[in-house]
Design a protein around this ligand. Structure first.
Ligand code: PMP
Length: 348
């Protein structure tokens, strides 16, 4: 009988995680460089006996470090187990009207999965033919809005004005801007947190701080919003962040110099790869993120995806309407991107 009552969900499909070390892994937008050396020191010096105790459920120290970094109050900061956890908490906390939540048709493919998971109605708003957002599309009754900037999997960033337009037209809704990739070249909405009490900016340590394995994400918003998020979190799982991860996060966000260096390397490799792909006559969108959205020439995206895999290079292919002629390629090291270009050239 119990099978009748099993919750039926179609899970989010993450990119493959091959365990073979010879693979060039350009399929999940990880950072190719290690985290700050200060993170290594935290791990080396971590007092393991601390694990005996529960961590601080309010994660005060890490929230304080993030608050100092962004020049806001600790009570404007919520942290979670990666931004996936933070966004899921936002859905649970704020998307409870019976009006549909809005997001673009081409975007992070977890947004509709959470909507199904939490029984939230949603409507997608088609990007235009250049994969850009039209703010007027969001000028309609809704129960909340979520948009990444830069968008995924396109890597295209929109201006701050575009989002101001959307927020101003939606004073009765929560508007979430998912800034997972913002550090690689987009304009942040953080300076507008004080002006708009319905805006939530979500960030992650997974990409620009090379900490996808530690699972640290955060939201910055008005104190009222953060309090509401905490109320839901404490009613669900109070101890989400472990003691070691909390310390890792604090040191990572304090190492500004390493952070800048890391980002600049990724941006310069992105530029090199972009130029090489254009030379091969591929169409490539200008990216403000740590990946490129690429339409191959002379070979279908699906075929190229397979051929690259045969050569131990993993990229991401979405067999979905409108984007099944594209590949999303994360930016790796210079050597990795050179291997990618060499393989593409050889199979052209
Ligand atoms: N938002 C977007 C747009 C993403 O691409 C990702 C990475 N898959 C996330 C959020 C979640 O990242 P994390 O949970 O590692 O912070």
């Amino acid at each position: 009988m119990w099978r009748e009552y099993v919750r039926q969900v179609k899970p989010y499909t993450p990119g493959e995680q091959p365990r073979d070390n010879n693979v060039i892994k350009l399929n999940t937008n990880e950072n190719p460089y290690p985290p700050s050396p200060r993170v290594r020191d935290v791990i080396k010096n971590f007092d393991y006996s601390l694990l005996r105790k529960y961590p601080d459920p309010a994660v005060n120290e890490l929230r304080q470090a993030i608050a100092e970094y962004h020049n806001v109050d600790k009570n404007n900061v919520f942290v979670g187990v990666g931004s996936d956890d933070v966004i899921a908490m936002c859905y649970m906390t704020f998307f409870n009207s019976n009006k549909p939540v809005l997001f673009p048709d081409i975007t992070y493919s977890f947004y509709d999965v959470w909507a199904e998971e939490f029984d939230v109605l949603y409507v997608t708003k088609p990007l235009n033919d250049d994969f850009r957002i039209n703010p007027d599309d969001y000028n309609t009754i809704n129960g909340g809005i979520i948009i990444p900037n830069p968008n995924a999997p396109t890597g295209i960033a929109e201006s701050r004005e575009t989002f101001i337009d959307i927020i101003e037209n939606n004073k009765d809704s929560i508007v979430i801007i998912d800034e997972a990739y913002v550090d690689f070249g987009a304009e942040s909405m953080l300076p507008l947190i004080e002006r708009f009490d319905n805006l939530i900016v979500v960030r992650t340590f997974s990409k620009s701080r090379s900490l996808a394995g530690s699972r640290i994400g955060y939201a910055i918003a008005s104190k009222e919003i953060i309090k509401a998020l905490h109320n839901v979190k404490y009613s669900y799982n109070s101890y989400t962040m472990d003691s070691l991860t909390i310390k890792i996060g604090i040191e990572a966000i304090r190492d500004e110099e390493y952070f800048r260096e890391n980002i600049n390397k990724v941006i310069s490799t992105r530029k090199w790869t972009y130029d090489k792909l254009l030379e091969l006559d591929y169409s490539v969108f200008f990216s403000s993120s740590n990946f490129l959205f690429v339409k191959p020439k002379g070979i279908s995206a699906g075929e190229l995806f397979e051929r690259l895999k045969d050569n131990n290079i993993y990229v991401r292919y979405f067999d979905k309407p409108r984007i099944n002629e594209y590949l999303r390629i994360s930016i790796g090291t210079d050597e990795e991107m050179k291997s990618l270009i060499d393989v593409i050239t050889s199979i052209k």
